[in-house]
Design a protein around this ligand. Structure first.
Ligand code: GLU
Ligand code: MG
Length: 438
């Protein structure tokens, strides 16, 4: 039967959901400036469906304009329609960025970082997820048999990533039930967050073609380990692209510049978590001994630290400064990748602006330390519920300034509404709901 190929202009919203409008692909060029119509209240649609109380109600008009640098077309060469979408920016009708455009939140952070320090950020989002096309069996972590049982999904997925313009790196069965992990090459600036959005969609697309579902829910059920999103990142000079993170003469090789950037992130973590661990069940994951993050600590090769200094392979001929980077572990895929990346940039920039001293990496298990010992090290337990994290975010004048008052207010309204609805349910039911929608 004849078909008309369609393309969808999409945004990834506060709920970390990708939404947009489709039209005949041959008209993409024609729509590259005027995009498609968009409604402010769309940003209040929660991941679970109900719409949070909206300051706009039925009023207002915006446009969702495609960014052709974020154009994805993957033909799976089967009978299915190609995956064809473009990520875009939300603007006012006169072309000004909308105050709640999440890509613009990242762009503004990158512009400020570059303008004030000459630096930019390189990042890669590492994802764990649940693939329901395999039977749950114990002891599957890194197992060749668990790898085999997912069939052709991984191959299709890696093919799709490549075709979508990402750099597939590794794929593996992880420790959790039916859990797999994928890593990709880093990208500079906004592109890193775009790639996180694209990666999740390619996983869903490949899984659907295997008759299965990939879920990026933060945690499958209360007794499982979580599905983390670990953001690998580093700073580089915006013009020369030279890395600035490593100083062989300082403790752990951590440069003064990177030290201040990390200190900013760790200081703001109690409120920043509301943006990076953005679901009610995210806080089942952020507990000690789940290999996620539970304190605002820096660690060296410590997989329970909020920020980890990653290992460098110091074999002959390897440029240590180019490899040396950090991993932020207190994020999951219920969060918008733009809010995650933007929050890290703004908080890190704050550390640079204030010249914060390099944090001392913690050694050992902070959950065994008394309050006095934590205080002495300047460490804090991360918020233990979404509600607590949102209260911190509400009180943060810094985030209000970086996000702008409208986005700050709207984010709080959206997430408080979601949290009120979800936290009233038994924990197992909360997990079941998130599994369905992420
Ligand atoms: N599943 C762990 C998390 O929730 C991460 C395990 C690891 O790869 O270190 O972040
Ligand atoms: Mg992992």
């Amino acid at each position: 039967m004849p078909r008309e190929e369609l393309v969808m202009i999409c945004c990834s919203d506060i709920a970390g959901q990708v939404r947009g409008k489709g039209f005949p692909a041959r008209l993409l060029h024609e729509r590259r400036h005027r995009g498609v119509g968009w409604t402010p209240t769309n940003i209040m649609i929660t991941g679970h469906g109900p719409i949070a109380p909206s300051p706009w109600g039925p009023f207002g008009d915006l446009v969702l304009v495609p960014d052709l640098d974020a154009h994805v077309r993957v033909d799976f060469q089967d009978d299915t329609a190609p995956e064809h979408f473009v990520l875009g920016d939300i603007r006012h009708l006169d072309g000004r960025p909308w105050e709640c455009c999440l890509r613009d939140f990242v762009r503004r952070g990158l512009d400020a970082l570059r303008h004030e320090t000459g630096l930019t950020v390189k990042a890669a989002f590492e994802h764990e997820f649940h693939f329901d096309g395999v039977e749950e069996r114990p002891n599957s972590a890194y197992g060749l048999d668990a790898y085999r049982r997912q069939g052709t999904f991984a191959q299709t997925f890696m093919y799709a990533l490549e075709r979508a313009g990402l750099g597939p790196d590794t794929f593996m069965p992880e420790y959790g039930p039916c859990q797999y992990e994928v890593t990709i090459e880093p990208a500079i600036g906004l592109r890193a967050a775009d790639e996180a959005v694209i990666l999740r969609e390619m996983a869903r697309a490949a899984a659907a073609r295997a008759g299965a579902r990939a879920s990026f829910t933060p945690i499958l059920r209360p007794d499982a380990v979580g599905n983390g999103v670990h953001v690998h990142f580093s700073l580089l000079a915006a013009d020369s692209r030279q890395p600035v993170n490593h100083d062989p003469d300082r403790a752990h090789g951590l440069s003064v510049t990177a030290g201040s950037f990390l200190a900013g992130i760790l200081e703001h973590l109690p409120s920043l978590a509301a943006l990076t661990a953005a679901s009610t069940i995210s806080y089942l994951r952020l507990v000690p001994h789940r290999w996620s993050a539970a304190y605002n600590n820096l660690g060296v090769r410590d997989r329970e630290a909020a920020v980890r200094i990653c290992p460098v392979f110091e074999t002959a001929g390897v440029d240590v400064a180019r490899q040396y980077h950090f991993e932020f572990r207190a994020a999951d895929a219920a969060a918008s990748p733009y809010l995650v990346l933007g929050a890290l940039i703004w908080a890190g920039l704050d550390g640079l602006r204030r010249g914060l001293p390099t944090p001392t990496p913690s050694e050992g298990d902070p959950s065994t330390w008394s309050q006095a010992e934590l205080d002495a090290r300047g460490l804090m337990r991360l918020p233990q519920s979404l509600g607590a994290a949102l209260d911190n975010l509400a009180a943060s004048e810094a985030f209000k300034d970086w996000m702008g008052p409208t986005l700050h207010d709207v984010y709080l309204r959206h997430k408080r509404f979601e949290d009120e609805n979800l936290s009233a349910l038994p924990t197992e039911e909360q997990c079941a709901r998130y599994r369905l929608v992420y």
